[in-house]
Design a protein around this ligand. Sequence first.
Ligand code: NAD
Ligand code: UDP
Length: 338
Amino acid sequence: MARPGKPRTAMVAGGAGFLGSHLCEMLLDRGNHVLCVDSFITGNEDNLYPVKDHPRFSLLKHDVCEPIRPDRPIDRIHNLACAASPPHYQADPVHTMRTCVLGTLNLLELAERCGARFLQASTSEVYGDPDLHPQEEAYTGSVNCTGPRACYDEGKRAAEAMCFDFLRSGRADIRVARIFNTYGPRMHPHDGRVVSNLIVQALKGEPLTIYGDGSQTRSFCYVADLIDGLCRLMEVDPPPSGPVNLGNPDEFTVLELAELILDMTGSSSKIRFMPLPVDDPRRRRPDIGRARNLLHWQPKTPLRQGLAMTVRHFRRSLPDVKNAGPERRDLATSLGLP
Ligand code: NAD
Ligand code: UDP
């Protein structure tokens, strides 16, 4: 990725989070200097354990809602800064909206000043509760702009709008990834998303919480596959003219996911059905034709295999399960990804 003899400096905003920390690791592996920028609102220092002493890694504690003036030229900006789990992004919805809008604007202006390439971590949430299935990039979505998810969904939509305005006016080279539900090691045990919740509950012998009747669907992508897709999108030339879906098209109901986790953990936990959150999308599955054509990318990790690695991470990292200590494996290498 970095040219031989000339390492690039890559900024990862949100680099202390679940996806950002894996991206920092991958960028270092590929010879880049990495500047991680994070406010630690949902990220944590354990995630940076594998990279914190690397000679090409540095960390800046900063809220991207404030303008940012790094002390060095930047070649690549990856904007992953934003809480991604519904309970976290809804805890301070105005800050979530500020992060999406002001944070993205600050980083886009930095990209313009540095002449850096810019990658925006957008989301399948821009499709809302979709009427079209599977979701292709041309679908403009069905989002409730007044509901509790709007701070995130509409914030990410506004961020995409700014990205494409910067692109149209020639102010920056931008790439937009619409990321579908991604899971894997380093999800926080209290993150609140379905994969981490259900695995932690199963390992602790607690009831598995299913919101609604569990018939809603999601398509779960393993983190190493997703990071590979983000890196390809950043480096592809010429840049795609529109957003690119990144996700695993294998679709499961939430109930199927729970049953798989019970089977894989050997847990005797029961299932507890709870009320469905407001505006919870009924189904979600990416059409990844554009990523296949433009990036020659598709996920390689079946759900059962990715869940096995995620269960192992939680078994090791949960203090009250066993074998405490954060996961340290290089996931991409273990999967033989480029
Ligand atoms: P995460 O919560 O683990 O990571 C987000 C990181 O951003 C955290 O380290 C947090 O401290 C940091 N952050 C948040 N607001 C900030 C601010 N104002 N200034 C500086 N840092 C800030 O979430 P994640 O799952 O790693 O998601 C990363 C990105 O990918 C997010 O932008 C999210 O919207 C996007 N995304 C993730 C998924 C997924 O399934 N994981 C799906 C779609 C989109
Ligand atoms: N969900 C669930 N139990 C949980 C957490 C989530 O049944 O403990 C459901 C949630 O209502 C949604 C799906 O699982 O239908 C995926 O939720 P998540 O928060 O992981 O992602 P998102 O809703 O953003 O796709």
